[in-house]
Design a binder for this molecule. Structure first.
Ligand code: 1GP
Length: 232
């Protein structure tokens, strides 16, 4: 069920529960035609601010998804749960450690049919998630291609996520990963702040683009990114 849903996504907005957002802005985002609202962040995420944001998004028909960033902020009631597995982290903690702990504690409550793992490769080591996970820097296109191949062929992850959070990435790198993937969905996130950049990432081969930061800088620009998938 989770996979059928994810395969339909071309565009998602990622909202950070630690950042304030007005009702009007939320209304515009939820009615924009985006395929899903993903709630997630790398710092300051709590159970309370996660549930608060979820209940506000829940007023709309758009899918409401939690990207789990830590044990402390797992809440019931989302349509879907995305679980990042950071392939280039410097600690096993971000690959399986935290996941193991979570299943030990909450395993009997997990709605497994609504859970999907994301094979993350963090390509901006200076972003919050990069620093937190000690993501390796200076990855070459060959490195990324190998991660993509491993993610799909060996581990059979449904999603391969190229995370450039905070900066617009190298589209040649995206093309290279695209060339390795047949089954996994290619997510691209980072620095999409215009319709043009959204289009570029899609043309490079991203199946799904993730738009985050620009929401808090210019709502108008954030909304414009949806045009790339709805009219393209
Ligand atoms: C962050 O990939 C997303 O997790 C989106 O990146 O915030 O740079 O848009 P931006």
């Amino acid at each position: 069920m989770a996979l059928t849903t994810i395969r339909q996504w071309k565009h998602v907005f990622k909202l950070d529960p630690d950042k304030p957002i007005s009702d009007d802005a939320l209304d515009a985002l939820c009615l924009s035609g985006t395929d899903a609202i993903v709630i997630g962040g790398s710092s300051g995420v709590t159970f309370d601010n996660t549930v608060d944001l979820m209940s506000r998004v829940r007023r709309y028909e758009v899918s409401c998804v939690l990207e789990v960033s830590g044990l402390h902020a797992i809440a019931p009631g989302f349509d879907l749960y995305l679980i990042p597995v950071v392939l280039n982290a410097d600690s096993v903690d971000w690959v399986i450690g935290q996941h193991h702990q979570a299943v030990k504690e909450y395993g009997s409550f997990v709605p497994w049919e609504s859970v999907a793992a994301e094979a993350y490769v963090i390509l901006n080591p200076d972003c919050t998630a990069g620093r937190l996970t000690g993501a390796s820097s200076g990855l070459s296109a060959k490195d990324v291609a190998a991660y993509a191949k491993l993610a799909e062929r060996l581990y059979r992850f449904p999603v391969f996520y190229m995370e450039y959070s905070g900066m617009f990435g190298d589209m040649d790198m995206v093309r290279r990963a695209r060339g390795e993937l047949k089954e996994a969905r290619l997510f691209y996130g980072g620095g999409i702040n215009s319709e043009e950049r959204a289009r570029e990432a899609l043309e490079a081969g991203a199946d799904t683009i993730v738009v985050g930061n620009v929401i808090y800088e210019s709502l108008e620009k954030a909304l414009a990114t949806v045009n790339a998938v709805k009219m393209g």
